[in-house]
Design a protein around this ligand. Sequence first.
Ligand SMILES: Nc1nc2c(c(=O)[nH]1)N[C@H]1C(S)=C(S)[C@@H](COP(=O)(O)O)O[C@H]1N2
Ligand SMILES: [Mo]
Length: 249
Amino acid sequence: MTVISRRNMLVGTGGLMLAGCDRIVASPTVKQVLTLGEKATRSTQRLISDRNALAQEFGRADISPVFKENGTKRPQGDAYAAHVANGFADWRLVVDGLVAQPMALGLPQILAAPSRTQITRHDCVEGWSAIGEWTGLPLGLLLKQAQLSTNARFIVFHCADTLFGKPYYESIDLIDAFHPQTILAHSLNRQRLGIGHGAPLRLRVERQLGYKQAKYVMRIEAVASLDRLHGGKGGFWEDRSGYQWYAGI
Ligand SMILES: Nc1nc2c(c(=O)[nH]1)N[C@H]1C(S)=C(S)[C@@H](COP(=O)(O)O)O[C@H]1N2
Ligand SMILES: [Mo]
């Protein structure tokens, strides 16, 4: 969770080290220390670049004939039913919290925005996987438009459904938020999302497990800390069952 601040620290240290140290480097002990430091920097950087690596993408022939629907298959309540009844015409995606430019976007705006398509494998902790072709708006683009504040550390996804009486929600850090494969998907296998898969909009954060892929996203909130949200662990399953917040695959 602190990779970003660690990186900032390293960048800072590196910058200082570069400032006129050439003469000191002549001493063998200093050289040794610098080599050690360099090694540490390199392994930390490998950690960071691993976080930025792309999830495997597949070909059309690999797409699963059936993509299981899991967890909520239809959010309960009149509000969602009304959205379904009028084809999500009044539905808005709210983007707020630590942003200079809060937004409320209608579905047509999201469908008209730049999109990315990716064929990836979804892995659920319950032990099933499925390959699907997802299309949607890169989250990074949206956050740039909303002018994310410098004190924002996490992006929270508030969903339309509840499970066991609690609202479903999820959160990711800024490395994942700006990862090129992190999209707000409106389509699966070139068809608009069905209700079972999270209509009208769901998160795809491809480097992580199934429970992070929030369906029925209604509101995206930028926050500095996850402590005061629901159970404080950053996600529905994290709060309920102690699932890992970072569910890297
Ligand atoms: N809002 C919401 N999002 C959710 C869930 C849910 O119950 N509600 N279940 C999660 C789990 S455990 C999985 S495996 C995937 C399932 O997505 P799918 O139904 O499209 O296969 O959604 C995830 N996102
Ligand atoms: Mo899952």
